[in-house]
Structures are given as C-alpha cells and as structure tokens.
Design a binder for this molecule. Structure first.
Ligand SMILES: Nc1ncnc2c1ncn2[C@@H]1O[C@H](COP(=O)(O)OP(=O)(O)O)[C@@H](O)[C@H]1O
Ligand SMILES: Nc1ccn([C@H]2C[C@H](O)[C@@H](COP(=O)(O)OP(=O)(O)O)O2)c(=O)n1
Length: 211
C-alpha cells in the first residue's frame, strides 16, 4: 500500500511523511531528494542544467541510489553519500530547472516505481502522476510567510529572502504541483508538526493503520 503526501516547498512534506511512516512502520520516499541529487551532481560537473541530454548522460554514468529510511532519506552516488550537500541555497536555485526536464522526470519516476511497497511517498506529483492508484493521498499547504519562517531555522538567509525564493520556486514548480483531485488538502499553517501527522493518521483507511 502506498500513501502519497504532496505539497508546496517547505510545507512540511518530509517531516510529516517521516512521522506518518514511523507510525505505520514503513519507510518514506523523498522524490525531491532525487531531483536535488540530480541537480547537485550536475552543478558539481558544471553541466548546463537546461541541457537534458548532457545531464541524463552524466546521471547514467554516475547512477544515484535513494535509500528510503523512515528516519530520513539518504542518497548515494556509488559509495559517496550526497545527502548533506543537497539542502543548500545553491541546489534550491537550480532544482526547478532540472525538475522541469521531462527526461529527468521520467528517470526519477522509473526509480520510484521500482521501489518495493509499502511506503509513504512525498513530493509534488506522487498522487497525480507517479502513484495515481495510491491508497490515500494528501496535499500540504501553508502561506509563503509561514513556510519561510519555518525554513529560516534551516538556512542562513533571512525570512524575506527565503520567502521570495519559495514564491519563485512555487511558480517554477507549478506545472507538476497540482493536487490530485482525490487528495485531502491540509493547511498546515495553524497546526503543529504532530498535529499534521495525527490529522493524516486519523484519515487513513483502517486496513492501513491496523497492518
Ligand atoms: N506544522 C508545522 N509546524 C511547525 N513547523 C513545521 C511544521 N511542519 C514542518 N515544520 C518545519 O518546517 C520545516 C520544513 O519542513 P520540511 O518537512 O522540510 O518541508 P518540505 O519537505 O515540504 O520541504 C522543518 O524545519 C520542519 O520541522
Ligand atoms: N515529485 C517531485 C518532487 C520534487 N520536485 C522538485 C520541486 C522542488 O523545487 C524540488 C525539490 O523538492 P523538495 O521536495 O526537496 O523541495 P522542498 O523541500 O519542498 O523545498 O524538486 C518535483 O518537481 N517533483
């Protein structure tokens, strides 16, 4: 069984997915981490991020492996772990360009669909494109300001700069970020992290929570 948790940038997808996954005793899958890793590798090799054939050929010769743990996803290139480098402002700036390339999206989708279920999958298009038959679907939102205040705990920039970058990325990611028609939309603004997790757990089909 697959549960999808999509949403806009810094809406709480990874933290919430981790909490839901731990409660269910399954891993969670961070699709954004694969887009971030593709971007990080491309930047490192000075590949033009708009050049899909060049980026894909670099990814094919430097295969990435996503490790979908409930405690936090990790991503590897061969024996080298990339995870720690990928939540930087530099990767934030490039990742929407990479995520707009249909060839890269197909490459990510194939890796995600090959993972053994059950799991919680988080990203932008988990409930629409990648796992349209998921057992339960959620979509997280919050105002840009609230998201920027939260993310400011993790980035060196100030809140207005982070908010401007989030709004820009929301716009660049808009095409693949529409909620699935059958997703439950949750405004996380007024809720604590645990409040969001409990809201989701309360709405899961009984066969999922009793497994
Ligand atoms: N409901 C919430 N209330 C307060 N802080 C939250 C809430 N949800 C997430 N956070 C915090 O906001 C930040 C961004 O969350 P994260 O899970 O990384 O979002 P995303 O995966 O959507 O980018 C983290 O520091 C996280 O702890
Ligand atoms: N399924 C997905 C997941 C992420 N993306 C893109 C959109 C985002 O700008 C980047 C990074 O995603 P990630 O979820 O790590 O980003 P945030 O934590 O929400 O800031 O990848 C996507 O297009 N489709």
């Amino acid at each position: 069984m697959i549960v999808t948790i999509d949403g806009v940038a810094a809406s709480g997808k990874s933290s919430v997915s981790g909490g839901v996954a731990r409660a269910l005793g399954v891993p969670y899958v961070s699709s954004g981490l694969l887009y971030r890793a593709a971007t990080g590798l491309g930047l490192e090799a000075a590949v033009d991020l708009h050049d899909a054939p060049a980026l894909l050929s670099h990814l094919q010769s430097h295969p990435l492996r996503l490790e979908p743990l409930a405690a936090g996803n990790r991503v590897w290139q061969g024996g080298r772990e990339l995870t720690g480098e990928l939540h930087s402002t530099r990767v934030d700036r490039g990742v929407s360009v990479v995520a707009a390339l249909p060839e890269v999206r197909a490459w990510v989708d194939a890796q995600l669909r090959a993972l053994p279920s059950p799991f919680v999958a988080e990203g932008r298009d988990m409930g629409t494109n990648v796992f349209p038959r998921a057992g339960a679907k959620f979509y997280l939102t919050a105002s840009p300001h609230i998201r920027a205040v939260r993310r400011a705990q993790e980035r060196p920039e100030d809140v207005p700069a982070i908010e401007a970058a989030l709004v820009r990325r929301d716009e660049l990611d808009r095409v693949q970020s529409a909620p699935a028609p059958d997703a439950v939309v949750i405004d996380t603004g007024p809720l604590t992290l645990d409040g969001v997790i409990q809201t989701i757990l309360a709405q899961l089909p009984a066969q999922l929570t009793s497994a």
